[in-house]
Design a protein around this ligand. Structure first.
Ligand SMILES: [Zn+2]
Length: 416
């Protein structure tokens, strides 16, 4: 048993946080069996939508001209704009450089073909192994959307699954555009009418059960706008309260709500055009209280919601809060939010998920977050040492394992 003191605290926490294997509970990644949905390599890394928004902000070309370019041309354009003409100082830009660095590439060579060729030295399977090893990842959760044509076909043809990729059933289309989703449900063989009467509700529940089983989903998920409200008289509320929560409870598959995204604030920016807004915390309070035997996972996009969400998690053990989502995935905010959560909840939450769309991003997202989470822990453990509390290396290891995965495993197993 190694006793921690002021002299070995920093090095010990850094070593433990860097060596823990992560369970990344929300990503948009796929294994190689999903063919073109599996995104990796330099061009994908540089054409990430975070970087599209940053490049088009400073380069006056018509949006349509940019989106008409090929993937490689888009990557050239973004690299020239953000990495050559300017200093790549934003979090997304530094993320690209961290990733290239960790892959052993010389970031100053500026030969894009050298960067491009790198991933081609590996088979897709080998590349996944390489990135998982570099990022020190145990497993990730995919975002699986049966309403997406391409993805639907893979599932229909019994796509091969990979044990390192868990599934989650994404329900955005069903909950945010039921009129269109209805036609797809009918096409999939479910007898769904426009009015949400008993038969239609049963068919939707049958769809949820079938697809949770087919995809082996460990939770259901939806992203929701800032004005998401419950209870209310709407199709979405009926679908959630009468269909999703029933199935969620019966199958012990939590319902994850990612709240606060304002879709297409600037439609001309396409995938990079979404923004955010502060949401209504009472909605979550209503759900946790009324459905107290249901499990809810929540992450919110607005900084202004973070404190009240953390306080609410103190009141309801069926509420699992996770990650610093999307526009919050920046060092300053990760530090602030993780500190607030530790101060109010101790270790009973999940500080981060990567939200990665491109495999290679796992490297920088986790390297950057590990650094910040380690700093927050070092400060708090330092306070305990000042008080004379005896800390051991093993105990810190246990704490860190909770934060990077075990808390979520426990939440899935918890009996309510
Ligand atoms: Zn996401």
């Amino acid at each position: 048993m190694l006793i921690i003191d002021k002299n070995n605290l920093t090095a010990s926490v850094e070593e433990i946080v860097n060596s823990v294997k992560v369970f990344d509970i929300h990503t948009h990644l796929y294994p190689e069996s999903f063919k073109d949905l599996f995104l990796y390599g330099f061009d994908e890394l540089v054409t990430y939508h975070y970087l599209i928004a940053e490049a088009l902000r400073v380069k006056e070309i018509p949006y349509t001209d940019f989106f008409a370019l090929s993937k490689k041309e888009k990557a050239d354009f973004i690299y020239d704009t953000l990495f050559v003409e300017r200093t790549p100082i934003s979090e997304s830009c530094i993320g690209v450089l961290t990733t290239l660095n960790e892959l052993g590439l010389d970031i100053n060579c500026r030969e894009l073909d050298v960067f491009r060729e790198h991933s081609k030295n590996y088979s897709r399977k080998e590349y996944i192994d390489l990135i998982f090893e570099k990022a020190n990842i145990k497993k990730v959760v995919m975002t699986n959307d049966p309403f997406d044509d391409d993805e639907y076909n893979f599932w229909k043809n019994n796509v091969e699954l990979d044990e390192h990729f868990n599934s989650s059933l994404r329900l955005d289309y069903l909950l945010n555009d039921f009129r269109s989703a209805r036609y797809l449900l009918i096409k999939m063989g479910y007898n769904v009418t426009t009015s949400l009467i008993g038969l239609t509700k049963n068919e939707i529940k049958r769809f949820l059960v079938d697809w949770i089983k087919k995809t082996k989903s460990i939770y259901m998920a939806v992203s929701l706008p800032p004005d998401f409200t419950l209870p209310e008289n709407s199709t979405r509320s009926i679908l959630i309260e009468d269909c999703i929560l029933e199935v969620s409870y019966e199958m012990n598959v939590p319902f994850a709500m990612m709240i606060g995204v304002k879709r297409q604030t600037n439609p001309e920016l396409s995938i990079a055009g979404d923004s955010l807004g502060k949401a209504n915390i009472e909605t979550i309070e209503y759900l946790c209280k009324k459905y107290n035997r249901n499990k809810f996972m929540v992450t919110m996009l607005s900084r202004e919601n973070q404190h009240e969400l953390t306080v609410l998690a103190r009141k309801y053990r069926n509420l699992f809060i996770f990650g610093c989502w999307w526009f919050l995935n920046n060092p300053t905010l990760i530090k602030e939010i993780t500190t607030i959560r530790i101060e109010l909840l101790g270790l009973s939450f999940m500080p981060q998920h990567s939200d990665a769309r491109v495999l290679d991003q796992l490297i920088y997202k986790w390297k950057h977050s590990r650094r910040i989470i380690a700093d927050v822990l070092i400060e708090k453990y330092g306070k305990l040492l000042n008080l004379g509390w005896v800390l051991t290396y093993e105990k810190i290891q246990e704490d860190v394992e909770r934060l990077f995965g075990k808390n979520f495993d426990d939440f899935l197993l918890m009996e309510l």
